[in-house]
Design a protein. Structure first.
Lengths: 194, 391
């Protein structure tokens, strides 16, 4: 049996998969496989017979791997979620970073740690990107709403853009709300009044 | 005084309703709580979120805390069930091809006779059967095993249970990965809508009163934050009572259909809430009494005997000692915390915390701590009882 640890990465996004593979390559000499297709996931994983399976916590197909944790035949290797076999801190870090790992029962903790460390670092980055994307989208939405509210105020009150923005800001401060929320309320109310 | 925020995980299913309604209809606010509802992508992730403290309570498959107590499925802090969120609510569906063969057996898809439906299914399959369920530790899996083995199928050999996330169930059937499924709503109805499945039975036809989802928490949190836990149990209990009123259905379906919750059409969700299901592409409709119960018949009471039934069934399949497993299982359904929370609110709490499961052939008045209590029919389709160990 080869002494190289074999790792299966379950990730439908090709770019992400490549990045994970890259970071794992830097962490050590592993035998790496990527599975992109969720159909028959448990079967595909079994075929590779890996020591470690890494999967995004957000991936709904993760439940399909739970059945691997139940060794049903004597020839099947029991798979445990890594949290069974590693330090508490490591499991928590992984969950917070958004990665779950399934590790073959009996694998030595010192061999698991570098793999998880690399995976955790990469997944943290993905999570940050996910948050950034959501935040950017929200900021853009808010910008649009604020612009519309400013336009309404300028028209209704015959003031210029700066004055309209100042008015929104002052109202927000007086009411202890965010400018975007005040703008949204104005746009909604205007919509209702037609 | 400010409301206390509790992060609560849920999976987008109709039976997450008590948690969503508790927050949206103000039952949480009445207890000075604010439920910060977090949608989770899978059962394993919601379990881990709870075990590692990302949420303090969660919508959970009733067998998951029991599996934890038996040492099955992952690690982390031990979990318990504070109350039962819902009873029943599953559908069993078969592929179009298998449905044709079942009709050829002369079965009428009456949707109420688990024995006839099961026998027709076994005959039509003529061999091994692949059944999709949402999670290895689920009432869905337990019901399928119970049903088919009681009908004489060699389940260990001839039934393969595949874990398929509910939203992917229809796809798995279309691609020929599974022949049948047992899933919670709205995913059975969704599979009918997309033309891949015909519904054969509601779960209630197998076990008339099967505890489906529980309100789960970490045991140490539940035992420390007793005041919060009491308020949470009460808020969710009131939401269940509200949901059980027929006039709440339309609004409940509307709330659940919002993008932050299920993000699916309200009319699809209403089928489960009303118990009127479209079972086939031909538009055949079936009405099921108590298809999904949120309140009546002490539905929310976490009976220790229910946990014991689940634990014993799991133990037999996984080669564990059933007596020990039954004992470990009983301890995770916290009827003690439930009683403490509802002592002054609920007009009727059961006198005992265990009952013979499957013994009530009709709704029955029983002894309670005060007032009147009616327990609902809870028979298994094969007429067997489950006698719990004595307290």
């Amino acid at each position: 049996m080869s002494s190289r640890v074999s790792i299966v990465v379950v990730e439908p996004d090709r770019d992400k998969a490549l990045q994970i593979v890259d970071s794992l390559r830097q962490a050590g000499d592993f035998d790496l496989h990527v599975i992109a297709e969720p159909t028959g996931l448990a079967r595909q994983v079994k075929m590779h017979n890996p020591d470690v399976v890494l999967i995004d916590i957000e991936n709904p197909s993760r439940d399909m791997l739970e059945e691997l944790a139940l060794a049903s035949g004597p020839l099947e290797r029991p798979v445990a979620m890594f949290v069974d076999r590693s330090e508490e801190g490591l499991s928590r870090a992984a969950i917070e970073a958004g990665v779950s790992a399934y590790v073959v029962d009996g694998m030595r903790p010192q061999r698991i740690k570098p793999i998880l460390d690399a995976a955790i670092a990469r997944f943290r980055m993905f999570q940050r990107m996910r948050t950034e994307l959501a935040e950017t989208k929200r900021a853009l939405e808010e910008r649009k709403v604020i612009d519309r509210a400013k336009g309404m105020l300028m028209k209704a009150r015959g003031i210029d853009e700066d004055a309209a923005y100042a008015l929104l800001r002052k109202t927000a401060m007086d009411q202890g709300r965010r400018v975007a929320d005040v703008a949204q309320a104005l746009v909604t109310a205007a919509g209702l009044l037609g | 005084m400010k409301d206390i925020q509790i992060p609560v995980g849920f999976i987008p299913l109709v039976d997450a309703a008590p948690l969503i309604v508790a927050q949206e209809m103000g039952f949480a606010a009445e207890e000075r709580l604010s439920l910060e509802l977090r949608r989770a992508p899978s059962w394993s992730s919601i379990r881990d979120m709870l075990r590692y403290g990302r949420v303090d309570a969660a919508h959970m498959l009733s067998p998951v805390p029991v599996a934890g107590a038996l040492g099955l499925g992952g690690a982390g802090a031990p979990l318990c069930a504070l109350s039962v969120l819902s009873v029943n609510g599953h559908t069993i569906g078969v592929s179009a091809d298998l449905a044709e063969r079942i009709r050829d057996q002369g079965h009428d898809f009456g949707f109420d006779d688990a024995r006839a439906a099961g026998q027709a299914l076994i005959a039509a399959a003529g061999g091994p059967l692949r059944v999709g369920v949402p999670f290895p530790f689920s009432m869905h899996a337990e019901l399928v095993y119970y049903w088919l083995s009681s009908l004489g199928m060699a389940v260990q050999r001839d039934v393969t249970i595949h874990t398929v996330p509910p939203p992917l169930m229809a796809d798995a059937m279309r691609s020929g990965e599974i022949d049948a499924f047992c899933v919670g709503e709205p995913w059975g109805s969704q599979a009918v809508e997309t033309g891949v499945a015909t519904l054969l039975l509601p779960g209630a036809a197998i076990w008339a009163f099967a505890p489906e989802k529980v309100l789960a928490a970490r045991t140490d949190w539940a035992e420390t934050e007793t005041d919060l836990v009491g308020r949470l149990i009460r808020a969710v209990w009131r939401a269940g009572a509200w949901l059980a009123r027929p006039e709440s259905r339309t609004l409940a379906a509307e709330i659940l259909s919002r993008p932050a919750y299920l993000d699916l059409p309200a009319d699809l969700l209403e089928r489960a809430l009303s118990g009127r299901l479209v079972i086939s592409g031909r538009g055949e409709e079936r009405s099921v009494a108590r298809f999904l119960e949120f309140h009546h018949g002490a539905a929310n009471f976490p009976w220790r005997s229910q946990a014991e039934w689940i634990g014993t069934r799991m133990a037999l399949r996984h080669g564990l000692d059933p007596v020990q497993a039954g004992r470990a299982a009983r301890a995770v359904f916290r009827s003690d915390l439930y009683r403490a929370a509802l002592a002054r609110v609920s007009p009727a709490l059961p006198g005992a915390s265990s009952k013979v499961e499957g013994s009530l052939e009709r709704d029955t008045h029983v002894a309670s701590q005060s007032g009147k209590l009616i327990l609902c029919r809870d028979t298994f389709f094969d007429g067997r009882f489950f006698e719990p160990a004595s307290d």
